[in-house]
Write a protein that binds this ligand. Structure first.
Ligand SMILES: Cc1ncc(COP(=O)(O)O)c(C=O)c1O
Length: 391
């Protein structure tokens, strides 16, 4: 009998030795062996089976990080999953692993602003050129390809504007030109979208968000296929970008309830969307309206939607939009998301890293809402009372 992934999440990572429901946290810098022969034996095992969890030094990991890697590789359906101390560490590792001076990369225009700053500014200092493409017009992607292009980096949906892209088409363009692909899949997680199965070479998730689910730990995961494994492994080793065991334990603990939480985030977000869709001055940037391109692209690839959404508000005064956000009582104002709690931010997208293809009129403003696990009728009542501030 093969159990579903929901069952796997609950039953995996037990401590089979001591029989506790959860595995112990194994902290280590030094790992000691009985003899030099034993050290060599372990090193040979690690060489023969580099994904097998054979360690001779704490920086390589311990059984605690290895358990998390195994769970995530099963969830991602990947060859292996690397763990980094932050989600952004995984973004960096993905790009750094496969590019060298003289190369070019192509990045979706609405990426998370630190990813944009990394690619457009920092990589330039290493003679790596970045071009941006319009997520709604993949001709701009294909036109940017040259012999030097090594990587197409996608974030789906786009940050703040929540643009859903034709992922299958991006993969086929990349394959035609023999270019590697990476996707930031933090919004959907592999619970709703399996990028490696779809054909991406690398799949990034900020574990800080839904994997942990409790806003108390940071981490990142980079799932890979066999083709890029050795390159990423080499870069991971040289940069020392690895997650510590305490954080790995907390993320494993969060993962037990990933399915339950994401299903509830989705239900709550749907209810809030239904309420917000009644207002003429508000456009939902969420896969809700069935006749939109965004909805079709979401439906084509995802099995569900998480709790993060944008709303585009038409208002003469930006101050009134800020007032609407400030007067929400159940929504905190903070940057990270994916925890159990609701959040609201007025996003100054125009100032975030000079997007090339941003379509936003002067009187349009973007508010990002993270719909948490509170009672949705309380969240709706809260939004309702604060909407009166919009002008
Ligand atoms: C889409 C996306 N990718 C990556 C990151 C970076 O993750 P972390 O904060 O864990 O470094 C974030 C953080 O907000 C994000 O929203």
């Amino acid at each position: 009998m093969s159990n579903s992934f929901k069952t796997f999440l609950k039953h995996t990572a037990k401590d089979f030795h001591n029989q506790s429901v959860n595995p112990p946290i194994v902290r280590a810098s030094t790992i000691v062996f009985k003899s030099m022969q034993d050290i060599r034996k372990m090193q040979n095992k690690a060489k023969k089976n580099p994904t097998g969890g054979h360690f001779d030094y704490g920086r390589q990991g311990t059984s605690t990080t290895h358990i998390l890697q195994q769970i995530l590789s099963k969830l991602e359906e990947s060859y292996f999953t690397f763990l980094t101390p932050t989600g952004f560490g995984s973004v960096f590792l993905a790009i750094f692993s496969v590019t060298r001076p003289g190369d070019e990369i192509i990045v979706s225009d609405p990426v998370y602003s630190p990813t944009r700053l990394l690619s457009q500014d920092f990589l330039k200092e290493f003679y790596i050129k970045t071009k941006f493409y319009d997520p709604h017009d993949l001709k701009t992607l294909e036109k940017s390809i040259t012999k030097k292009t090594k990587l197409i980096f996608v974030e789906n949906p786009g940050s703040n504007t929540f643009d859903f892209q034709d992922l299958g088409k991006i993969i086929s363009i990349a394959k035609k030109h023999k270019i590697l692909t990476a996707i930031d899949n933090t919004w959907g997680t592999p619970y709703f979208l399996k990028p490696i199965k779809l054909g991406f070479d690398m799949s990034i998730v900020s574990a800080t968000k839904y994997y942990s689910g409790h806003s108390d730990v940071m981490g990142g995961s980079l799932a890979v296929n066999k083709k890029v494994f050795a390159k990423v492994k080499a870069a991971e080793r040289i940069t020392g970008l690895r997650l510590g065991p305490d954080d790995a334990y907390l993320i494993t603990r969060g993962l037990r309830t990933l399915d339950v939480r994401l299903d509830r985030h989705r239900e709550n977000a749907k209810k809030v969307s239904e309420f917000l869709s009644k207002f003429k001055n508000i456009k939902l940037l969420y896969p809700y309206k069935k006749d939109s391109y965004n909805f079709r692209m979401w439906k084509k690839y995802y099995s569900g939607a998480s709790g993060l959404m944008g709303i585009k508000i038409k208002a003469k005064s930006e101050k009134s939009v800020v007032k609407f956000v400030n007067n929400l009582k159940l929504f905190g104002h903070g940057y990270s998301w994916g925890g159990f709690e609701s959040l609201a931010l007025h996003q100054n997208v125009r100032e975030q890293g000079n997007r090339k293809y941003l379509k936003l009129a002067k009187n349009e403003h973007i508010v990002r809402l993270h719909i948490g696990l509170e009672d949705p009728s309380d969240l709706i009542a809260d939004i309702k009372q604060s909407l009166k501030h919009l002008k």
